[in-house]
Ligand binder design. Structure first.
Ligand SMILES: Nc1ncnc2c1ncn2[C@@H]1O[C@H](COP(=O)(O)OP(=O)(O)OP(=O)(O)O)[C@@H](O)[C@H]1O
Ligand SMILES: [Mg+2]
Length: 230
C-alpha cells in the first residue's frame, strides 16, 4: 500500500518479554483502523512500536511506500505520523496554552479553531496549569494538541478514557471531519461504541495476537464483544 500505512507480523515487547506476537494491519488515506482488546493484551505496546518508541523484535512498518525500520519517533513525526499516548499526556507544570503551542512553530489559534469550537473548556482554561485538569480533560487537551498537528496519520491510544459522553461524540465528529479531508487514524480503544462511530476496520487483540480483524459490519458487535468480555 504505497499511499497509506501498513504493519506486518509485528513482534515487540520489553526486554525478553514479548508482548505483541505477530500483528498486522493497514490504513488507507481517509480511513480509520480501530484496535480493540481487554486490559493488558498489548494495545499500547503495539502503538508504541508503530510510533517508533519501542523497537520491533520482528516485522515491518511501512508508511507511504517507505520502510520505517530505524526511523526514530521524532523523525516519524516529521514524516507525518502523530501520536497521542495513553498516559502522561500533558506537561502538568505548563499551562493549557503552553501545552498546545509547545511543539508548534507559530502560536496560531487557527490551528485549534475546530478543537476550541468542539471543546470550549479548553479555550476557557488556557491559563490554567494543565496538571490541575481532570483526567478526562487532560485527554481532551492531548487529543486537541495532537489534532492540531494536522498529521496525515495519527495514532491515538484510548483517547476517550475518562472523557464525558458529549465530548466523546465531539471527538468522533472531529475525526470524521479530518478523515473526510484524507487523514488516517489508528485508534486504540476499549470503548466499542466510539470505535463503531469512527472506524472502518478493526483489529481485536488477545494476549498479543489478532483474534478478529476486518470490517466492523462484517464481524458484528456480538463477536467483538465476546473477545472484550472479561
Ligand atoms: N514498560 C514495560 N515494561 C515491562 N512490561 C510492560 C511495560 N509496559 C507494559 N508492559 C506489559 O505488557 C503487557 C501489555 O501491556 P499494554 O500496556 O500494551 O496493554 P494494553 O492492551 O494497552 O492495556 P490497557 O487496556 O490496560 O491500556 C502487560 O502485561 C504489561 O504489564
Ligand atoms: Mg494501553
Amino acid at each position: 500500500m504505497i499511499d497509506g500505512f501498513a504493519f506486518e507480523q509485528v513482534v515487540c515487547g520489553y526486554g525478553d518479554t514479548l508482548v505483541v506476537r505477530g500483528v498486522g494491519g493497514a490504513v488507507a488515506p481517509g480511513r480509520v483502523l480501530g484496535v480493540l482488546g481487554r486490559n493488558g493484551v498489548g494495545k499500547t505496546t503495539l502503538l508504541r512500536a508503530l510510533a517508533g518508541f519501542l523497537p520491533l523484535a520482528e516485522g515491518r512498518v511501512h508508511w507511504r511506500g517507505r520502510d520505517l525500520a530505524g526511523i526514530a519517533a521524532h523523525a516519524r513525526l516529521g514524516l507525518g505520523i502523530a501520536y497521542a499516548p495513553q498516559e502522561n499526556v500533558v506537561f502538568g507544570e505548563l499551562s493549557v496554552a503552553d501545552n498546545l503551542w509547545l511543539h508548534l512553530p507559530e502560536r496560531s489559534r487557527a490551528r485549534y479553531a475546530e478543537a476550541f469550537a468542539a471543546f470550549p473548556l479548553l479555550e476557557q482554561r488556557l491559563r490554567q496549569r494543565a496538571g490541575s485538569l481532570s483526567g478526562g480533560e487532560r485527554k481532551l487537551l492531548s487529543f486537541a494538541r495532537t489534532l492540531g498537528l494536522s498529521a496525515p496519520l495519527t495514532l491515538l491510544d484510548e483517547p476517550t478514557e475518562g472523557v464525558q459522553p458529549e465530548n466523546i461524540e465531539r471527538m468522533a465528529g472531529l475525526l470524521h471531519q479530518r478523515r473526510a479531508a484524507g487523514a488516517s487514524f489508528v485508534v486504540v480503544e476499549q470503548n466499542l461504541s466510539f470505535v463503531e462511530a469512527v472506524a472502518d476496520e478493526v483489529l481485536v487483540l488477545d494476549q498479543g495476537r489478532t483474534v478478529a480483524a476486518g470490517a466492523l459490519a462484517a464481524l458484528g458487535r456480538q463477536a467483538i464483544e465476546a473477545h472484550l468480555a472479561v
